[in-house]
Design a protein around this ligand. Structure first.
Ligand code: FNR
Length: 369
């Protein structure tokens, strides 16, 4: 269908399903085991209800914000999703170009199809970029990669901590991995690639399962970028991250692709914020809490912010947008979210992100399921 018939982010998913080759659809859409967590990511948002305020003169509303010190036109960033060229010949560059044009921040994946430098080169001057990191068993490779990223101006390092081994995504495992050029070139020298077990397993054997809290000071010693742990699920680990001197955490279950029947980031948010409040000022200018998983509407984002998130990540929403329509699709997705923020903030009675407060939602049913 022509792009102007796309009305929301769900529509991109339907188009992507129809147009993508079977292997790409399997890799992008799959989640682990029985795919219960991926369903829960969406369902959780539907158990939070708004408590809109009225008569507040909402003539002008502003949904722009600052994420880790970087200006962002939306309280949303583009989360890292690997292997963009499975979906479109320009891969991740579709995201970089659209993000640069519209003031949105992209998190570059370690396992991008395009090289890191190609992506940075596609950014406009001053465009903020984040980097998602899978830590290599060979720390020298990781050190070089991180320091190169910092030199090229990347602002924040999101270390993925929920994937010491990749989850079993059976839809994807039923596909054979054929190297068609979409694979990540950055992980050269990989041995024992398991080509008969899907895309995810074929590309991930370099990831170091020995990664532990002891490594965090080492990361601090090799970079001045903000360090954020991506894939935190409990108050206990949120506090460890805070005490380890990280600048933030992402409450995420990797889009349902790792430990199945983990709770959604949104469900974990309330307890984690409560725990962090006992440790320091709130909101804490030196420690940000992000959420991702199942975000498809601005209303989802507003709920997460009301419950204490600084911003949220969107993975598949943008991935499906460029798989269907390239850069234009991503621009359209950003435009759709912008329109939804305008309307929903007016209806909610919040003129700025700071005016979105916990009293604007009823989350009493969130964990009762
Ligand atoms: C991901 N995600 C991910 N995360 C990460 O840290 N490194 C990675 O390489 C990838 N790759 C990846 C590929 C694909 C196809 C998907 C769908 C997801 C997880 C991603 O960053 C994010 O946590 C989720 O996508 C958020 O959920 P939604 O928005 O997809 O529902």
């Amino acid at each position: 269908p022509p792009l102007d018939e796309v009305l929301n982010l769900h529509d991109f998913e339907a188009v992507a399903k129809a147009v993508l080759p079977a292997k790409a659809w399997a890799y992008y859409s799959s989640a682990s085991d029985d795919e219960i967590t991926i369903r829960e990511n969406r369902a959780a948002f539907q158990r939070v209800w708004f408590r809109p305020r009225i008569l507040r003169d909402v003539t002008s509303v502003d949904w722009s914000t600052t994420i880790l010190g970087c200006k962002s036109s939306l309280p949303v960033y583009i989360s890292a999703t690997a292997l963009g060229k499975l979906g479109h010949p320009d891969g991740e560059l579709n995201l970089t170009r659209a993000a640069g044009k519209h003031g949105v921040i992209q998190m570059i994946p370690t396992l991008a199809s395009c090289s890191f430098d190609e992506i940075v080169d596609a950014a406009v001057p001053g465009q903020p970029l984040f980097l998602q990191l899978y830590v290599n068993r060979d720390r020298e490779i990781t050190k070089k990669y991180v320091q190169h990223a910092e030199k090229r101006g990347v602002k924040a390092l999101f270390i993925t901590v929920d994937a010491p081994q990749l989850g079993r995504r059976e839809k994807d495992m039923r596909m054979k991995f054929v190297d068609d050029g979409a694979g990540a070139k950055v992980q050269e020298g990989q041995k024992d690639v398991k080509k008969d077990q899907g895309v995810a397993r074929a590309i991930s054997s370099f990831i170091d399962p020995s990664l532990s809290w002891k490594d965090i000071p080492w990361f601090r010693s090799i970079t001045n970028m903000h360090i954020i742990l991506k894939g935190v699920s409990t108050p206990e680990d949120a506090i460890l991250a805070y005490e380890a001197g990280c600048q933030g955490i992402v409450l995420s279950n990797h889009g349902g692709r790792q430990l199945d029947t983990s709770r959604s980031g949104l469900e974990n948010l309330v307890d984690i914020v409560a725990a962090l409040k006992t440790k320091g000022p709130w909101p804490n200018p030196n420690f940000s809490v992000f959420v991702d998983g199942g975000v498809r509407r601005a209303s989802d984002v507003l709920k997460a912010i009301a419950l204490g998130a600084s911003a949220v990540g969107v993975g598949r929403g943008f991935l499906y947008a460029f798989s269907s329509y390239g850069q234009e699709g991503v621009e359209k997705a950003i435009q759709i979210l912008r329109d939804e923020f305008e309307m929903n903030m007016r209806l909610l009675g919040a003129r700025t992100i700071n005016e979105i407060v916990p009293e604007m939602v009823d989350a009493s049913a969130l964990r009762s399921h």
